[in-house]
Design a protein around this ligand. Structure first.
Ligand code: FE
Length: 321
């Protein structure tokens, strides 16, 4: 009798694994090159050039290299690889373009700094982002230029995606929940089928994966994780915070949610059930917290201020004032 070989778990697959590291609950933000890398992934997906599972399959196959790379280094390499595999980009063309962009950077004049300066013994080169050189940023720029030349994406789409993450997307989730707090019928529609309810508010979710809204109640509290990587409703909540992508959060939330929530300063009654939802490439979640006492008569804007991103992931609960 033949048997199906069991695949060993990849380095990414850590949900429920023992991990005792406390969670750093500060969001460390993102550099420009990381925001650009994220926008490239989203624009490529919006134009149906790759899907999340293709990029993740590449990341899962990185083996030991997984541990040597940062989050966006892995994702940038995976994007380029997936686009080459699909034939949107030719590997030789890509490496030539990277060399050309590197040359362009190297031709940037070196500034001689006035002395005395702490940099006086270094050559200082300023690039467009003031973040210095980065091979993975050069890779993403090469991918962008080639896709633009092939008319598969536009520079405008990449720019608009970066700006959407800076301005609009992070505030959308709070708008949805504030509306649900003020309108019980809307709350019901949102829980029943989130996407049309969200779109009622004029929010364009684009090609965002399926969204499920989870209602907290006096007896059930919901919290969200992606144990494999970082699946997150980006068009509703912006960039996932640093901790959402961390090894400790992804491994620990599923087996000790109460302890994890305590690290975020959230102490729930002992008899409250905590339900942890594991996101994936096809399904993303937003938590609809309970409206706290003391917010009667508040305007939508006042309510939105206390509906923080962390409440929408379910690691904290909103408080009045
Ligand atoms: Fe994920």
């Amino acid at each position: 009798m033949s048997s199906i070989p069991i695949q060993p778990m990849g380095p990414h697959d850590i949900g429920g694994q023992p991990d005792h590291d406390p969670i750093d609950t500060t969001d460390h933000g993102m550099t420009y090159w990381e925001k650009h890398a994220n926008a490239m992934m989203m624009v490529a997906a919006a134009n149906k050039l790759t899907i999340t599972d293709e990029r993740r399959r590449y990341i899962e196959g990185l083996g030991e290299r997984y541990y040597e790379m940062t989050y966006f280094e892995r994702h940038s390499e995976a994007l380029a690889n997936a686009l080459c595999e699909r034939g949107h980009i030719d590997e030789k063309n890509l490496s030539d373009r990277k060399a050309e962009i590197t040359r362009r950077f190297e031709e940037t004049p070196t500034l001689s700094l006035p002395e005395p300066s702490e940099h006086q013994h270094e050559d200082f080169k300023e690039d467009e982002t003031a973040e210095g050189f980065n091979d993975f940023h050069i890779l993403n720029l090469a991918v962008q230029e080639i896709l633009q030349e092939k008319k598969l994406i536009t520079a405008e789409e990449v720019r608009a995606m970066i700006e959407g993450f800076e301005s609009d997307y992070p505030s959308r989730g709070a708008k949805v929940v504030a509306r649900a707090w003020m309108d019980p019928d809307y709350h019901n529609r949102l829980i029943e089928d989130a996407r049309p309810a969200i779109e009622e508010l004029g929010i364009d979710l684009g090609r965002q994966a399926r969204i499920i809204a989870l209602a907290n109640t006096p007896t059930v509290h919901n919290a969200v994780v992606c144990t494999l990587c970082s699946c997150y409703p980006r068009f509703l909540m912006g960039h996932p915070p640093t901790w959402y992508k961390s090894r400790s959060y992804r491994s620990r939330l599923v087996h000790e949610p109460r302890a994890v929530l305590r690290e975020f300063g959230t102490e729930l009654p002992e008899d409250t059930t905590i339900r942890v939802h594991d996101s994936n490439a096809d399904m993303r979640y937003i938590v609809v917290p309970m409206r706290p006492e003391g917010t009667e008569g508040w305007t939508s804007e006042q309510l939105e201020e206390i509906i923080t991103r962390d409440c929408l992931v379910g690691v904290t609960v909103p408080v009045a004032g």
